[in-house]
Design a protein around this ligand. Structure first.
Ligand SMILES: Nc1ncnc2c1ncn2[C@@H]1O[C@H](COP(=O)(O)OP(=O)(O)OP(=O)(O)O)[C@@H](O)[C@H]1O
Length: 259
């Protein structure tokens, strides 16, 4: 990818649900390696925007382009293969599966061995399985989850489940990682640890990160650039300092604390 071209280019994107314009006319560019935040009051359209980026919803207007490729009508699975992974506001793990299997499921989309070789139990199947196990264990180590690898995901404490969701999203080898309120429900200590971890994986995996977060000090502390949605419209974009002092943002959050 050329340095001066955005990794993600969102042009005039919008979506209607019947008479409701949940998101309209949003333009966003993200560059490789950026750590950006998406904020806005409740119901502003943040999750809907993530749902459009990941193919859960098809925008009714505009274009979404990743690395020069238009993603608008691709299924969520194909969008993941093209380089966008996400986590959800409410944890969505396979609770009955082991911790390591949750990661392997995601890694499967990148696996070299084929369904054909798996059904026939060819040597390449076992080599592929071994490689997958090793890679999944490596991911779990980064998240300090390797000691729980054979536990059922549903038995992990809440904070660890949130980390596992991120590990699973990363296993799909994304270029762009979307995190929907990754620190929701965490205590301040867990939140701090999580933010350090996100900074670390961004470096290590050469990622671009866009995160939705309600905790303002947290967003302002970790993001280099912040986008603000209000009533489905992008009302501001800038550095944390610019956003904190932006009158439109202050008005949108009237009654809520911005800093
Ligand atoms: N499938 C849908 N059908 C109809 N309306 C929807 C649908 N999905 C979202 N909306 C509406 O779109 C608007 C934006 O919702 P969205 O969940 O994206 O906001 P949000 O900024 O993520 O809010 P929160 O911070 O509370 O999670 C809301 O008015 C919501 O009711």
């Amino acid at each position: 990818m050329e340095k001066d071209k955005p990794l993600l280019k969102v042009e005039n994107v919008g979506i209607r649900f019947g008479g409701l314009r949940a998101v309209s006319n949003v333009n966003i560019e993200l560059y490789s390696g950026e750590m950006a935040g998406l904020i806005g009051p409740n119901g502003a359209g943040k999750t809907t925007f993530f749902n459009m980026l990941t193919g859960v919803y098809v925008p009714t207007e505009g274009q979404i382009v990743l690395n020069g490729k238009q993603l608008n009508n691709l299924s969520p699975y194909k969008i993941t293969r093209n380089g966008i992974s996400r986590t959800f506001q409410n944890i969505r793990l396979f609770g009955e599966l082991s911790v390591i299997d949750n990661v392997k499921v995601a890694y499967h989309s990148q696996a070299k061995h084929t369904l054909f070789s798996s059904i026939l139990r060819l040597p390449s199947h076992f080599a592929g399985e071994r490689e997958m196990e090793e890679r999944a264990t490596e991911f779990l180590k980064i998240f300090s989850l390797d000691r729980f690898k054979n536990e059922k995901a549903k038995n992990l404490p809440y904070g660890q489940q949130r980390r596992l969701e991120i590990a699973r999203a990363l296993a799909a080898n994304p270029k762009l990682l979307l995190l929907d309120e990754p620190a929701a429900g965490m205590n301040p200590h867990e939140t701090r640890e999580l933010m350090n971890l996100i900074a670390l994986i961004r470096e290590r995996f050469d990622l671009t990160v866009l995160l939705i977060e309600h905790d303002m000090p947290l967003v302002m502390g970790v993001c280099e650039r912040i986008f603000v949605l209000d009533h489905g419209q992008l009302i501001a974009e800038g550095t944390p300092a610019e956003i904190k002092n932006n009158p439109k943002v202050i008005e949108a959050y009237l009654g809520e604390e911005v800093s």
